[in-house]
Design a protein around this ligand. Structure first.
Ligand code: GLU
Length: 499
């Protein structure tokens, strides 16, 4: 099995196209096949090297490594269409010689007039065939004399074109509605339908898996396979990815590119897992599965015909799952730019990296995306009893009987205690305060939380308190913004309550 992903480098990698790449990759990885990356850059005005680089980066980030492609090479190269122009010319020559293609001298203006006239008359715009009947010798003379000419395919008259689509079943088109398509433009660049057939055939692609937007191109391609005596591959056209309003997912719906999701802190394994569920189901109601397992289970036969709606909430749910499982050091590295931006990390030192990794468990379990991590650990760096007291939920905690007594006891206890750098020391301190005040459970822990974090909710105190204390022990110049210790916090909060 040989499959390919064939992006045009004209922008960012759209998640719909990433899903196409992923389904090809799953098919190859699950069936011991080869995954080819081919760059379709014949549109010279719109293709850019930056876009190509971005697409390759995004595919690599997702973990969709290819076996053959422009950077890694392979036995069927080159893998950029702009480097294969001679091949297209030579196959167009064969079709010209066989009378299955002809030169077309119609000017762009004339073609445009023809198109407008057809549209006004309510007919599908289709080439009229003005140059179809030119005697080949005359056409050859005009070309030799330097006249600009495109090469057009002579669509066989009056017959239907049908092909089997693994997803959609038999697809049938009336060849009468297919105007003779251009194969080579007058500047020598190939048209998509021609280049794709030559390339898929020469690269021995066995399965063409691509978006449904190409279904209407496939009949032309099927006719070209026949004319060139190539064996056609198996086709599978994937239903489009839609936005919540059931129109094709576009910028109007928000983020659409892999790069945007990456920048917002979606983990690559989460995006990959989520995209696999768009139009396919691994079965048995399991949805969170690693890439290898998805590949093992994937089959084109189980890809659904109907379009899939891109569900940002579900992506967040999948991402939360992977964030919980991710190694703290990796999360810290991913969160680092956000921590720097928030002013929590002043310099990316080894200490800052270690500290960030140590506090990740506080944050990662309760965020949808990495960019939300700083807000979860803000309490480490910002502590203002006056402002905390003004918060409604904090006020409610402070109004409970015994709350002030707990905070006073906490301040007194911590004044003489070593820093609570682990869970055990924190638990021991809490036990002493319970003894001193008779408060327990919520009546004990809510005031302690408020006094130490300035917030009524947040991560487990067992984790939050040691994190504060470890932060407070960092020497100046560590690269981490200053963290006020629990002793100082309790004292200031108790002082605030005296006011
Ligand atoms: N370059 C085409 C695209 O990006 C590829 C279509 C195909 O897979 O044949 O839509």
């Amino acid at each position: 099995m040989r499959v390919r992903f064939a992006p045009s480098p004209t922008g960012l990698l759209h998640v719909g196209n990433a899903r196409t790449a992923l389904f090809n990759w799953l098919l190859a990885r699950g069936g011991g096949g080869t995954f080819i990356l081919r760059i379709e850059d014949t549109d010279a005005e719109r293709s850019t090297p930056e876009s190509e680089r971005g697409i390759l980066d995004d595919l690599r980030w997702l973990g969709l490594q290819w076996d053959e492609g422009p950077d890694v090479g392979g036995a069927y190269g080159p893998y950029r269409q702009s480097e294969r122009l001679d091949l297209y010319r030579s196959y167009a020559g064969e079709l010209l010689d066989a009378g299955q293609a002809y030169y077309c001298f119609c000017s762009p203006d004339a073609l445009e007039r023809e198109r407008q006239a057809a549209l006004e008359a309510g007919r599908p715009p289709q080439y009229s065939g003005a140059c179809r009947a030119l005697p080949p010798a005359e056409a050859a003379r005009r070309v030799a004399a330097g006249e600009a000419a495109a090469v057009r395919f002579r669509v066989p008259a009056r017959r239907d074109v049908a092909f089997e689509d693994v997803v959609r079943g038999t697809v049938r088109f009336d060849a009468g509605v297919i105007g003779d398509p251009v194969l080579l433009r007058s500047d020598g660049r190939p048209a998509y339908n021609f280049a794709v057939v030559v390339d898929d055939a020469l690269m021995e692609v066995t399965h063409v898996v691509r978006g449904e937007d190409h279904v209407s191109n496939t009949p032309r391609q099927v006719l070209l396979y026949e004319a060139l005596h190539f064996e056609a591959p198996v086709f599978a056209h994937l239903a489009l990815v839609l936005g919540p309003d059931h129109t094709p997912l576009s910028k109007r719906h928000g983020a659409t590119s892999v790069a945007e999701f990456r920048n917002r802190g979606i983990l690559p394994e989460a995006l990959l897992n989520y995209l696999a569920l768009l139009g396919w189901s691994p079965g048995e109601s399991e949805e969170i599965l690693p890439a290898e397992e998805l590949a093992r289970r994937f089959s084109l036969e189980h890809v659904g015909r109907s379009s899939a709606v891109f569900d940002v909430e579900k992506l967040a749910w999948v991402n939360r799952h992977y964030l919980r499982d991710a190694a703290p050091a990796r999360l810290a590295a991913l969160a680092m730019p956000h921590l720097v931006e928030a002013g929590f990390v002043l310099a990316e030192t080894a200490t800052a990296r270690d500290f960030a990794a140590a506090v990740m468990p506080l944050a990662a379990a309760s965020v949808d995306r990495i960019e939300q991590i700083p807000a979860r650990i803000r309490f480490l760096f910002e502590f203002d009893p006056g402002r905390a007291r003004a918060l409604e939920e904090v006020g409610r905690v402070l109004a409970e009987p015994g709350a002030s007594a707990v905070i006073a006891a906490l301040a007194a206890d911590l004044a003489g205690a070593p820093r609570l750098v682990d869970r055990e020391r924190f638990r021991a301190a809490a036990a002493r305060i319970r003894q001193a005040t008779g408060c327990k459970g919520r009546a004990l822990f809510h005031p302690i939380r408020v006094a130490l974090t300035g917030e009524a909710g947040g991560p487990e105190l067992d984790l939050a308190v040691p994190a504060i204390e470890r932060g407070a022990e960092l020497p100046p110049g560590s690269g981490v913004a200053p963290v006020l210790g629990c002793r100082e916090r309790a004292a200031r909060f108790a002082g605030e309550l005296q006011k």
